[in-house]
Design a protein around this ligand. Structure first.
Ligand SMILES: *Cc1c(COP(=O)(O)O)cnc(C)c1O
Length: 358
């Protein structure tokens, strides 16, 4: 059968990756980060498959609401907190835990009429310079949070690493040192590590880890694949060959004539393009798996199609299954060809691509 493009989601691999992360994180609890539609893997099915996760981290209130609507009962952490009184009420109604990273959010809590008590994660900015209280503001923020009425259910502390994907980076050491210094003398539960922190070489000493990409089998490191970290790819982006054509030497393929046949060639046309989330800037030569074997992309990526030189694959025919990334073709490798990171490719799979749970 001629299958159109779909993203096969391997729920067994998801659970394997969670287990691998747990082992690496030596007893730390795991907040599975499922923002951005679980990095393109489907928010609800991913969360349902990760029944063993200790909590879920999301970026948006709506993502939390979707999880609760699907019956998810684990703690749900809004990683950017809330910014409006009505969102605070909504968060209270659904029992979300909140990250607090700004004095305005503390004011929101102080002025709230809600009788609900929240579990609050105070975010400290140790060098990322995105969200969080500076170490010098932390004592004030903590004091105001401790005085909230009603009192918080619990206070926890987190920070986010800017360069944990680089081996043994001095900035990471500095961030951890700043975090330890700012939080010295308190015995709150803490969280530092994202995926790179979990698989990096520095001992971070966390109560909670917050993996995203690693859950999906992707590597946070530029020089290693997820498979090399003991992870399994969760998404395989699959499609099939929809036409085979002979391209005589000297003719070009696709828009702009960007690739010219250097010999009489056999080219397979494949049903996938930038309309599905394949980067348009993938160059000729990018590997594509056709019937399980690598063949080079030729010419420009179009909206719905790509072309692949299958001159060396005489068995390729209409209907031959194709893998764009996933099983047998690491997403990291495709990301490198596109000049990006696996995160962007996975999140960028477009809405028209159906997810298929395996
Ligand atoms: C997205 C995010 C993570 C997960 O990062 P990965 O690199 O995908 O592991 C962890 N913590 C916070 C605060 C995040 O926003």
């Amino acid at each position: 059968m001629n299958r159109l493009i779909h993203a096969a989601i391997d729920t067994h691999a998801l659970r394997h990756n969670l287990k691998t992360i747990r082992e690496r994180a030596r007893g730390a609890r795991v907040m599975a980060v499922v923002k951005a539609n679980a990095y393109g893997h489907g928010l609800v099915p991913t969360a349902l498959a990760l029944a063993e996760a200790d909590a879920f981290g999301v970026a948006r209130l709506e993502e939390g609401l979707a999880l609760r609507a699907a019956g998810i009962t684990q703690p749900i952490v809004l990683l950017e907190g809330v910014f409006a009184p009505e969102h605070l009420l909504e968060a209270a109604r659904h029992g979300f835990d909140l990250v607090v990273h700004d004095m305005l959010q503390i004011e929101l809590l102080e002025e709230s009429s809600s009788p609900q008590r929240f579990l609050l994660w105070i975010k400290i900015d140790t060098g990322m310079n995105r969200l969080g209280f500076r170490p010098s503001e932390f004592a004030t923020a903590l004091e105001r949070i401790r005085r909230l009425q009603p009192a918080p259910l619990e206070i926890r502390l987190l920070t986010h690493l800017a360069r944990a994907d680089e081996q043994d980076n001095v900035v990471t050491r500095q961030q951890v040192a700043r975090f330890k210094e700012a939080t010295q003398g308190s015995d709150y539960t803490v969280s530092i590590a994202n995926s790179a922190g979990v698989f990096g070489t520095l001992p971070l000493g966390c109560d909670w880890v917050r993996p995203g990409i690693a859950l999906y089998g992707g590597s946070p490191f530029g020089d290693r694949t997820g498979v090399e970290l003991g992870l399994q790819p969760v998404m395989s982006l699959e499609t099939s060959v929809i036409a085979i054509r002979q391209v005589p030497k000297g003719e070009t393929v696709g828009y702009g004539g960007a690739w010219k046949a250097q010999r009489d060639s056999v080219v397979a046309i494949i049903a996938a393009g930038y309309g599905d989330g394949l980067p348009r800037n993938l160059p000729s030569g990018t590997p594509i798996l056709v019937g399980g074997q690598r063949a080079p992309l030729v010419g420009r990526v179009s909206m719905d199609m790509i072309a692949v030189d299958v001159s060396e694959l005489p068995d390729a025919h209409v209907g031959t299954p194709v893998v764009l990334w996933g099983n047998g073709l690491p997403v990291e490798e495709i990301a490198r060809h596109a000049g990006t990171i696996p995160y962007e490719l996975l999140c960028g799979v477009s809405q028209r691509v159906p997810l298929e749970l395996r």
